[in-house]
Design a binder for this molecule. Structure first.
Ligand SMILES: N[C@@H](CCC(=O)N[C@@H](CS)C(=O)NCC(=O)O)C(=O)O
Length: 252
């Protein structure tokens, strides 16, 4: 469904009511481009939770951009059981809100902090990839990719591999259950698998079996496995691969 946007301003109402909306949501609409990208983790969490949600897409982004809170996507529209509506933006904020809502932030303050660290580092490296490879000048991008493959990616994978080992190599970063850390890092891996240079990146990732196992444990979670077999996920996965073949072609 295409969105009809009017979210340049955050909702202004007594914040206690809006907080109640967020604490007791009835349904969600996630506005993002029709690719996986920075919408993937939030869609995964909503699917995992069995929440009532709809993925919506911008109609004419040139016109819609100024009608979002920060001039970019994703944006999450929340309708509360109290009938009020809240709009929130920024991928990490949306993901952490949804993770809290659906008990994906561990069992205590310490686990939550570790989960947020894995969340943060996966977001950073995806940003690094986007800024130095996806959106770089064609003459600079290959050199950046060489550096990324030789340094940034193996270095992060070594750290992640070690933490998975420390946690008992049970397919999860923290404790014995699925968390935002697992979902976010596996989205990072899916993101790399959607790139034109996926084979080269996957060759590096294969050297890290714990990471590979963690990705499998997310993909095989019954709710997530069903979601990833859905037409909604398959179409965004396919569109992501087409998008990253030539991202500049999509700029108008
Ligand atoms: N700070 C934002 C950045 C999000 C972002 O860069 N979104 C991109 C898509 S992945 C976007 O909206 N691009 C269109 C534009 O900037 O006009 C966040 O973390 O959510």
């Amino acid at each position: 469904m295409v969105s009809t946007l009017d979210a340049a301003h955050y909702v202004q109402a007594p914040s206690s009511e809006l907080s109640e909306t967020m604490a007791s949501p009835a349904s969600f609409k996630l506005l993002y481009f029709p690719i996986v990208g920075l919408g993937g983790t939030s869609r995964d969490i909503l699917a995992y939770a069995g929440a009532e949600f709809e993925s919506i897409f911008p109609g004419n982004w040139g016109e819609d951009k100024s009608k979002t809170p920060m001039g970019c996507l994703p944006v999450l529209f929340i309708t509360g059981k109290n009938g009020k509506k809240v709009t929130i933006s920024e991928a990490t904020v949306i993901e952490q809100y949804l993770a809290k809502q659906y008990s994906l932030l561990g069992d205590n303050e310490y686990e939550e902090t570790l989960i947020k660290s894995f969340h943060s580092t996966s977001y950073s490296i995806q940003n690094l990839f986007a800024s130095t490879i996806t959106w770089n000048q064609p003459e600079a991008s290959p050199k950046c990719l060489c550096y990324f493959k030789a340094n940034s990616l193996p270095s992060l994978c070594e750290s992640l591999e070690r933490h998975l080992q420390d946690n008992g190599n049970n397919g999860h970063f923290v404790g014995k259950k699925l968390s935002l850390a697992d979902i976010r890092v596996s989205n990072m891996l899916e993101h790399f698998a959607q790139q034109p240079c996926a084979d080269e990146l996957i060759e590096i990732l294969k050297k890290f079996p714990n990471l590979y196992r963690m990705r499998e444990s997310v993909a095989n979670h019954p709710k997530l496995a069903a979601w990833r077999k859905s037409e909604a996920w398959i179409s965004t996965d396919k569109a992501s691969r087409a998008f990253f073949e030539n991202p500049f072609a999509f700029l108008s």
